[in-house]
Design a protein around this ligand. Structure first.
Ligand SMILES: [Fe+2]
Ligand SMILES: [Fe+2]
Length: 165
């Protein structure tokens, strides 16, 4: 099954889009494990900054390259529309947390909310959207789309760094 494909790497740059996005999901989950198991406010701030950056770049890759490419089918249109809404909710929570100190009483609660919102979204992507994409797209298309997502993430990172974030 397509979701179990090994990661395809050609000339160090070409990656199967589904594996690329799944890898991003695991990276963010690992950062949540870290932020949830430390009491050090400086580390919490550092992990949150990493989570926010990872999610910003991942969302740019999905919203600007992946979703527009995969949302045109009857079986994917609704899921993609919902995904944009779920991303908006995640961004709203990230914004809320960015105004809180890690020592604030609400901080852990907001982090838990963010993680839960993400878990729901990731479950939908990996459990419903990605398998449908794998049905519609050839391996070659998945590789090309992987390149496009990587390129989009790179551009988003330059924008972010340009803003001094
Ligand atoms: Fe995703
Ligand atoms: Fe997403």
């Amino acid at each position: 099954m397509a979701l179990n494909r090994v990661i395809h790497i050609c000339k160090g740059a070409t990656v199967d889009v589904l594996n690329l996005l799944i890898e991003d999901h695991r990276t963010v989950e690992a950062l949540f494990d870290k932020i949830e198991t430390t009491d050090n406010p400086r580390l919490m701030q550092q992990y949150f900054a990493q989570i926010a950056q990872e999610l910003t770049l991942h969302a740019a890759g999905e919203e600007e390259a992946f979703y527009p490419a995969v949302g045109q089918f009857a079986s994917t249109a609704n899921l993609v529309r919902e995904s944009y809404e779920e991303h908006a909710e995640v961004k709203r929570l990230i914004n809320d947390i960015s105004f809180l100190q890690p020592t604030a009483p609400l901080y852990r609660e907001r982090i838990a909310q963010l993680r839960a919102a993400l878990a729901h979204h990731i479950e939908e992507e990996e459990g419903e959207l990605f398998p449908r994409v794998a049905e519609h797209f050839s391996e070659q298309q998945c590789l090309e789309l992987g390149d496009q997502v990587l390129q989009t993430k790179k551009e988003a990172k330059q924008r972010l760094l340009g803003m001094g974030v």
